[in-house]
Structure formats: C-alpha cells, structure tokens
Write a protein that binds this ligand. Sequence first.
Ligand code: ARG
Length: 458
Amino acid sequence: STEKLWGGRFTQTGAHWVDEFGASISFDQELAHEDLQGSLAHVKMLKKTAILPAADADQIIAGLEKLVEQLDQGKLKFTVENEDIHLNLEKILTDEIGPVAGKLHTARSRNDQVATDFHLYVKNRIPEVIAELKHLQSVIVTMAQENIETIMPGYTHMQHAQPISYAHYLLAYFDMFQRDVERFEFNMKHTNISPLGAAALAGTTFPIDREFSAKELGFDDVYHNSLDAVSDRDFALEFLSNASILMMHLSRFCEEVILWCTYEFNYLELSDQFSTGSSIMPQKKNPDMAELIRGKSGRVVGNLMGLLTVMKSLPLAYNKDMQEDKEGVFDTVKTILPSIKIFAEMLRTAHVHKEKMADATTNDFSNATELADYLASKEIPFRQAHEIVGKLVLQGLQTGTTLQNIPLDEYKKISPLIDEDIYHDLDSKVAVERRQSLGGTGFSQIKENITRAKKLIK
Ligand code: ARG
C-alpha cells in the first residue's frame, strides 16, 4: 500500500508531476470553508444517528472547529500530495486529533462531499450577487428620477428614431437587471438542495439521516436520487448562464457609455475616478472601466461554454472530468461582483450633458413621426401622411430646413386643416410627454415605472 489516503490497493505512487496534473488543491482550496461546514454537519448527523459513538464524534467536531479557526487565521497549509481540499483537510484533522479522524468519512464519499461543498459555495454567493444588482438598480432609479425630462434621441439601427426621455432609457436597464435578479433567485431553488448522503453514487447501508445534515447546512431540501445528487451540475450551469446574461446586459450598457463619451456624441462624461489617461497623448480620457466590463463579458460566456462542454457527454455518475467545474464558477463570481459594483459607481458619478442630448433632437428629423401622426389626425390616411412627410424630409435635407422651420402657409398647402398647433406637436419634449401609452416614454409613464421600480428593490 502507498501513503495516499486511498493507497490500500496500490503498490506504486505516481510521479509528482502526474500528481500535480490530477490535483485540484491549487483552486479548490476556495472551498475550504464549505468543506469544513459540510464535514461538521456530517459528523453531527453520525452522532445523532449513533452511527458513531458520541465521544468519537465530539472529538471530531472539536477538531473541525479548531480547523475552522485556523483557516480563518490563514494558518492551514495545503499540499499537492494530498490532492484536493477534502483529502488535505482530512489529513490536517488526522494530524490534529489522531486516528479517530478516520471515522469522519463513514457513510460519505468525496463525490457527495464535493457536490455539497460546491452547492454551498454557489448558495452563499447568489445573495451577494443579488445584493450588488439591487444596489445598481437603486442607482438607476435615482438617476432616472433626476432625468425624467432629459430629452435625447432614441435610436434604432443607430439612427435617430424618435425622441425619448433619458430616464426611460435608464429604466429599460432597470427591468433587464430585475430579470437578472429573478433568474438568480430561481437559480437558488436548484442550488439550495443537499447532495450529502448520496455517498459515492448509490446511497449507503448506514442508517444516515440526510434531512438532518441538510438542515444543519441550511438546505431547503435533499436530492431524491443519489445518482443525480453526485452528477448534477445544473445549478452551476444555471449560475454561469445567469451571469452570462447579466454580463451581456452590462456589456450593452457599457457599449453605449463608451459611445456617448466620444467627442462626436458627448452625452456623458465619466468622472476621473473611472477613466484613465494615455502615456503618449496628453488629451486622452479613456473609458477603460466600461471597456473592461464589456471585455469581461467574454470570459464569463467562455466559462459557461467551458462547463457545458465538460458536462455534455458525461455518463452517470461521478467522473473526474467534473473537477473542471470549479475554476470557471470561481472566476465568474470574481468577475461579476466587481463588474456590477464598478458599473454602478461609474454610472452614478458620470456627468450627463443634458443640453447635448436635447440639442441632438432639435435640429434633426426625429419628430417626423409626430408630423405624420398630426396629419393623420387631420383626416389624411397615415400611409399618405407618411409619404408627404418623407418628401418634406428629403426637401429639408436638401435645403437645410427642419420640420419646425417650415412656414405655416407651406403646411396649409398640404391641408387647410393644419394649424399653428403643429409646431407644438413638433417640439421634441412635447413628443416625449405625449407618448403616454402603457410602457411608453411619456413622463407620466416614467413616473409610474419609477414607483414600480422602487417597490421592486425594497
Ligand atoms: N477533487 C475532486 C473534484 O473536484 C473531488 C471528488 C473526487 N472524487 C473522486 N472519486 N475522485 O471533483
């Protein structure tokens, strides 16, 4: 037999460089805290069911509690020889309390152990992500409140389409982030279940109490099929998928921030804290943080693709391939938390050039729909009105006149029903205000949406 914890049936050990390839301790030490909690719940269950004598269980519990303290103080040392976090901690426990530590692994396998740790890890991180998202949403609501009457061009195909309120634009993102929150909340349902007690794959002959250990760990439920319990990584895939959609939202928002900070747009100016300079061009102020968040969406989507690809052909139950499930999830957590936080602060501290936004809607043709609607209200069929306005736009482009600069007698030639009030309707602010259809950009709708948003983030 060899020195490994599983060394009984072996006569030879692998070379160090082979062990190194197989080991996961370099990254799964991230699960040390969860692993100790899982072991504590397991041994308490072994005590409660009298599978272990109380005295042995108490010794193990005291030892594990000591390890928790040492972990918090950064005193635990892990080695590649002990392969992964589970075997490392068991080895340290053995050094601490002696051979009785060997009883901890009764009615348990590393397969349900690692699944338990990983569920706990994701379960503990989801609320952190939701809290960051809610903070971002609250920043958005505050800004929307300050910009109800800030008029800007709305775009389709990146062309001026119709004037909108900047608050309306911001609240569109509020709703996207709200769906992200709801997706993570749903993710919790599939994460908050205990695989512990599934053992290697088939359950165990010991009279264990899975509900007890699940409750100890704060799980709402247990897996009802032991094969599924040790092979399921859907909760991690859902987390990565939710994170990918969230990063896609942030990336779209960042793209607009970047564009709006250009000399050509100049709708926004980021605070110095969230900008960087150039080592050669003294005038530069670059929106690095927005670009980086846009870029980091790539790695999060990559993490999702990575795990989907690992899982897609795995037969039941545990396969070592599944050791590849962790790094992408850890990396995703470390990417999305600061991305949301930095984005919120960058947005909150940005200066909005309200005049620049409004100007962009006064000398353009984004009120062309207004004119067509006006004509339609004067008994001209909408299709015909559309054609008339199209021609006026073409003329205007050739002569450099906007629709509000066409004199009334010209308009009267189109229809004698046209009156002075046409200029009121052509005003971009009026155009925004009047779009009071449910969910439209009209100020009254925005105010209702702000009230709704505030309730959602309470
Ligand atoms: N380090 C392993 C992992 O991360 C733990 C489970 C190992 N189980 C096994 N039967 N080799 O997946």
